[in-house]
Ligand binder design. Structure first.
Ligand SMILES: Nc1ncnc2c1ncn2[C@@H]1O[C@H](COP(=O)(O)OP(=O)(O)O)[C@@H](O)[C@H]1O
Ligand SMILES: [Mg+2]
Length: 336
């Protein structure tokens, strides 16, 4: 039988890894690996590690590693292996028809700083899984997914980092990119501190905070009152969080607006207006209500601008990577 060639696009994010294939499949998993904490945990799971959502669900008995949580490969000695395992996991999940001898080509979008500083390590991590690999910066794969190679500014708000990238018709260079070490996780922490400052006995977990943020988070001027049910010593109570929530969200979006202003301000002056009017917001954080208007407002002093959020925040990075996988000429690839 002739070997098959599979093309896959992967978005290897700080919190989530998504994959889209040439065979029409898609899948997403958390970018984490959990290793059993001790002998008892090993007995319970009867395997050397757990992946993605399964690891998260069993986190009490595991040492969880998020290899890219800070936007670069972490210095945990297991980080490289964990990256390898996450890539292997998402690929195996979507290509059950893979047979020995088949070829897999993968384009992988990674956080901007990882694409600059850890390119070799990520190529290393994809060895023995794929036959050919192309590593690009995530915001670039977002641009590719929506065919935007002309002047535009991609703002990819992830969990660990927010990556900004100026597009100007050619491959973006290091000076076109800017990474802020804040994202959805930072907002969760900010919200935790703000809630505890006001209600010191309220019981919060990472999951509860994330759920509140994802359901109600907003930076628009106005909102209906937001009331959530939380517990104190197990007893449920209603808490009004309308203003607290907005202030926390602004602590994430204000620095992002500043970064947008910086990348616009340092661009070729003839093209600044084009950039201002083509701001594209992607990543999970793009779903914060009112973020597009907030960024537009912050550009008013610069002559005004227009910002839009991508349609498919979850998969657009991997869709762009798949497109690149199918289109990029040979000399951009790394043979493994
Ligand atoms: N509706 C929403 N409102 C605000 N934040 C959201 C929403 N949905 C997801 N997020 C946040 O987006 C972040 C994940 O974004 P993602 O682009 O998948 O991250 P990464 O690429 O860094 O893995 C998480 O912090 C998540 O809580
Ligand atoms: Mg991302």
């Amino acid at each position: 039988m002739m070997p098959n060639t599979f093309h896959v696009g992967i978005d290897l994010g700080t919190s989530r890894t998504s994959i889209t294939t040439s065979t029409g499949k898609r899948f997403t998993s958390r970018t984490c690996v959990g290793y059993p904490k001790d002998v008892i945990a090993q007995k319970r799971f009867n395997k050397p590690y757990l992946l993605g959502d399964e690891a998260l669900e069993n986190r009490l008995a595991l040492d969880l590693i998020w290899p890219l949580s800070q936007g670069v490969i972490s210095d945990n000695p297991k980080a490289l292996e964990a990256t390898h395992l996450v890539l292997k996991h998402v690929i195996e999940t979507v290509l059950p028809e893979y047979r020995k001898g088949d070829l897999i080509y993968a384009a992988i979008g990674v956080p901007a700083q990882a694409s600059i500083n850890n390119k070799k390590a990520i190529i290393e991590a994809s060895k023995n899984i794929v036959n050919k690999v192309l590593i690009v910066s995530e915001p670039f794969s977002v641009a590719y997914s929506i065919d935007r190679f002309d002047e535009c500014l991609i703002v990819d708000i992830g969990a660990g980092t927010t990556d900004l990238c100026r597009m100007h018709g050619a491959m973006p260079e290091a000076e076109d990119q800017l990474t802020l070490n804040i994202g959805g996780n930072f907002l969760d922490d900010t919200l935790r501190q703000a809630l505890l400052a006001k209600y010191p006995n309220v019981q919060l977990s990472a999951q509860i905070l994330r759920r509140i943020k994802e359901k109600y988070g907003y930076v628009s001027e106005k909102s209906d009152p937001i009331v959530v049910s939380l517990t104190e010593q197990g007893i449920p109570k209603e808490y009004e969080i309308t203003d607290i929530l907005r202030e926390c969200c602004l602590q994430l979006t204000d620095p992002i607006s500043k970064a947008v202003q910086n990348l616009v301000g340092s661009f070729d002056p003839d093209f600044q207006a084009r950039l201002r009017h083509n701001v594209i917001i992607a990543g999970g954080g793009s779903r914060l209500k009112g973020i597009d208007i907030a960024i537009e407002n912050s550009l008013k002093a610069y002559g005004g601008g227009e910002a839009t959020c991508v349609q498919d925040a979850e998969y657009c990075g991997s869709i762009g990577a798949l497109k690149m996988c199918l289109e990029m000429p040979e000399n951009y690839w790394q043979q493994l």
